[in-house]
Design a protein. Structure first.
Lengths: 204, 204
DNA sequence: AGTTATAGGTGGTCTGACCACCTATTAATT
DNA sequence: AATTAATAGGTGGTCAGACCACCTATAACT
């Protein structure tokens, strides 16, 4: 008796598709093989292929146009998030993990970006801080998005963005207004070591 | 000509299912109607029902057991984050991002776990360090897996595992053997602040 | 009563059939 | 010849029906 639950076909298809994208170095906008072609190539029924594709579509990873084909899309989580938020039963453990993880990543990004700012960048950050937003969280997103871009670490940025989207639907998680200003101040004064402390103070 | 793209059947099914759950006040663990029953009730083909259910399953919102039925599950974003991350990971061309991010997460986990060790834990960690492994990376994985478990942050652990899996296939990323021993020493001597430095030294 | 068949329900999967839609090629029209 | 119209083939969207493997409760047997 195996402890491994046998993998469903559509799960395998997911892996295969991922492999295909990697192997062929596909980028956003590129076309995937047709459903019928995939079915033949992967030795699976078209319905199984579709189950995998539909799931990917719901996650916003692919776009499908009737009569044309299936295409890799630039990742936009909005539809996923919206769907999830309507289903979500909040589980405190999960929530805490999420917020804690997000904060860690924000902190490390803030440190990574430390020596990559110009005077013009500081101006722009102050401007973002002073701007008025519809939702307080928009400031947070704009501000940290700027920082993440400065780190040049796209992966970290994407993961953060993902976490941001997920946490956003559950509860507001905005830092104290003075926080942002203080962070920029640390940047301008080249005070690296205090960044860690600044984030620690934000523990709620 | 309508600007609204006509909704696909499985999208509608998603809405119907959500409505069904709400209307009948279903909680985690409760059973959904069978696929055939839903197909009849919603006037749709079973394959369309399945496309919706598979998407929900991938999102971690439902669980299906062959021969039994489909059940509401407690919501865990881990699965989703994992899947999305796996796509995001392969997309980012720079593998350096991956290693840097992984190291950051390992470092923060090491700090999170700081005050959660017992003397027995230290013994176990030393044992893991001294064990012989087939691959050097196995030690790394075993050691940090232990640390991640101690943090109690399952989300962070999963993301790390994912990164580990990806990086593993590309290039070995093992710390200096003395590193692990030194980390445990910092734990035993309650030297929190030196953890950050220890990881910095590992910069290659 | 306890055990063993058994029948029916359930998800898992495949196949084949249409439909609506898009595009490129071809044919018809001017 | 240039333009337009018809067409054929590919693509996703959807359905119906067929098996299979698996589970469970019931019925039959000992």
């Amino acid at each position: 008796m195996s402890l491994l639950p046998k993998q469903k076909v559509y799960q395998g298809v997911l892996d295969e598709i991922r492999g295909f994208i990697e192997k062929n170095k596909l980028n956003a906008g590129d076309k995937l093989p047709s459903e019928r072609e995939l079915a033949e190539k992967l030795q699976a029924g078209r319905s199984s292929i579709r189950e995998a594709l539909r799931a990917l579509e719901l996650l916003g990873l692919i776009e499908t146009k009737a009569g044309e084909g299936t295409f890799l899309s630039t990742y936009r989580p909005f539809q996923t998030v919206e769907l999830l938020s309507s289903f979500i039963l909040q589980e405190s453990n999960t929530r805490e993990d999420l917020f804690l993880s997000k904060r860690i990543i924000e902190k490390e990004a803030a440190k990574l970006a430390f020596d990559r700012f110009t005077d013009q960048d500081f101006e722009e950050m102050y401007r973002m801080i002073d701007d008025t937003y519809e939702h307080p969280n928009d400031r947070h997103v704009a501000f940290f998005n700027f920082i993440f871009m400065k780190t040049g670490n796209l992966l970290l940025a994407r993961i953060w963005h993902l976490m941001e989207k997920f946490s956003h639907t559950i509860k507001r998680d905005v830092y104290d207004p003075s926080f942002y200003r203080e962070l920029v101040r640390l940047y301008t004064e080249h005070d690296y070591v205090s960044i860690e402390n600044l984030f620690s103070k934000q523990e709620s």
